[in-house]
Design a protein around this ligand. Structure first.
Ligand code: ADP
Ligand code: MG
Length: 256
């Protein structure tokens, strides 16, 4: 079957008045439909740049990014959802109006989509807060609202750029478990960038490790957890620590 994303020998350099910053070197991987791929790498190595290329916001300098076999166009970009570190909820809109914003912008608002929005609000425990302002929600609830806004656009691919890093540790565990399970149940394909190695292992079917800048792929690790174990549940399985240590060693080769 054709991969959902095929990234072939991608290079990317930023050209600014201050000079050139090579960001990505010969990045080569593919993502199958339904897969959850985590990407880890040192800060500033090029992870966000890679996501911008995967959704067509940036074009590779050389190499190619194919989405379902074709270069990314405006039409295909509408099938890719991007969720960032900060939830970007607008304080002057209610929670419900915030999650409908994407549909409003894409002119896809209908009775049906509004019903779906309410269904997701109920499903993810936010319905009673639908008229609240974002500041009245906890960090985890805000992140869920941001996810609903993204899911309502029915993306085939979800790109998550450190979406939990603004949360405190305890909340981050819960929200990543929550959101990871939601994404799995909905059968979506997701690519998660994180600097949290445990998060990468608890969520990923595969983990792509990037080198210090400019990013190259150092290794790709495939995880083998029993199906139907939640992201939080994975943390209690023995091989979890093995994967963690393996990634740690890959990223810190000079430490004993
Ligand atoms: P990461 O997400 O892994 O922290 P980024 O992809 O944001 O890394 O950045 C990779 C490198 O590219 C960094 O050195 C960063 O300073 C540089 N960079 C990112 N965005 C720009 C930009 N718009 N213009 C110039 N350099 C940039
Ligand atoms: Mg980044």
């Amino acid at each position: 079957m054709e991969p959902l994303i095929l990234c072939s020998h991608v290079n990317y350099t930023y050209h600014t008045l201050q000079g050139e910053t090579p960001a990505l070197c010969d990045i080569d991987f593919q993502v199958e439909k339904g897969e959850f791929v985590s990407i880890v790498g040192p800060s500033g190595c090029g992870k966000s740049t890679l996501l911008s290329l995967l959704c067509g916001l940036l074009q590779p300098e050389s190499g190619s990014v194919l989405f379902q076999g074709d270069p990314i166009t405006d039409t295909s970009r509408a099938r890719i959802g991007y969720m960032l570190q900060h939830d970007h909820l607008f304080e002057w809109r209610s929670v419900r109006k915030n999650i409908l914003l994407g549909l409003e912008i894409q002119k896809k608002m209908s009775e049906e989509t509004k019903q779906e929005a309410d269904h997701l609000l109920k499903l993810y425990g936010l319905y009673e807060f639908k008229d609240a302002k974002p500041s009245q929600l906890s960090g985890g609830m805000r992140q869920r609202a941001a996810l609903i806004r993204t899911l309502l656009l029915h993306p085939e691919l979800l790109l998550l750029d450190e979406p939990f890093s603004a949360l405190d540790y305890q909340t981050r565990l819960k929200v990543s478990d929550d959101i990871g399970s939601i994404i799995r149940k909905s059968g979506k394909t997701a690519i998660l960038v994180t600097h949290d190695l445990s998060e990468a292992v608890s969520l990923g079917d595969r983990i792509i490790i990037l080198t210090p800048p400019p990013a190259r792929i150092q290794t790709i690790i495939t995880t083998d957890f029993p199906k139907n174990v939640s992201p939080l549940g994975r943390r209690n399985i023995g091989i979890f620590t093995e994967y963690f240590n393996q990634i740690w060693k890959e990223m810190n080769p000079n430490e004993p």
